[in-house]
Ligand binder design. Structure first.
Ligand code: FNR
Length: 182
């Protein structure tokens, strides 16, 4: 069985550590898993008036999530929560009412930050949102990562200090997706 994972990055920054993390993580998965980053930077600001006439970028996002077997959120923490751009994307894909693409879609959550709590509060807020959206979210292991010299090696892979831990995280995510994907 082949699995496509829609990867949602909570940062639009060109040199985003979270985007680098998502790329490095994808290399730790088995070959039957394909990780596809979805674009959220071109979505309009969510406006409920547009529910009946969603923008092409919103329709694209929704069809990419719907077509994937699972989702992976890799997000920074902004002011002790998730970035607005991520919430905007989640809100778009949850609408119109009754046509959310999140329900039943298995998800994994992790992130990396400059700060020492490693996106812990952002992840908790995100889990709260996903619970409401009926998105089954892997509970453990959790991954709270801090940017440090050598976290990524010269090739953009996970450096030696965190590699075994994140391989373990990915192994559990892969098993969990296999178990929960429709
Ligand atoms: C941050 N940063 C941050 N870090 C953290 O650990 N907890 C926080 O609450 C915040 N708050 C915050 C707010 C805003 C508006 C910005 C721009 C930044 C720092 C953050 O960890 C750092 O900028 C990361 O590099 C962001 O992730 P990307 O863009 O590298 O993926």
């Amino acid at each position: 069985n082949h699995y496509t994972i829609a990867v949602v990055i909570g940062s639009l920054r060109k040199d985003s550590f979270n985007r680098s993390l998502a790329r490095a993580l994808a290399k730790l998965a088995p070959p039957e898993f394909t990780f596809k980053q979805v674009e959220i930077g071109d979505l309009p600001l969510y406006n409920q008036d547009d529910d009946a006439n969603q923008a092409p970028s919103v329709k694209r996002l929704k069809s990419e999530i719907a077509a994937a077997q699972a989702v992976l959120f890799v997000t920074p923490e902004y002011n002790r929560s998730i970035p607005g751009v991520l919430k905007n994307a989640i809100d778009h894909a949850s609408r119109p009412y009754g046509q959310s693409v999140w329900a039943g879609k298995p998800a994994g959550v992790l992130g990396i930050s400059i700060g020492v709590i490693g996106t812990a509060l952002a992840q908790q807020h995100l889990r709260n949102i996903l619970a409401y959206l009926d998105t089954p979210t892997m509970g453990a292991p959790e991954a709270f990562l801090q940017v440090k010299e050598g976290f990524f090696d010269a090739e953009g892979n996970i450096g030696p200090d965190s590699r075994a831990f994140l391989q373990g995280w990915m192994d559990r995510y892969v098993a969990w997706v296999r178990q929960h994907a429709a």
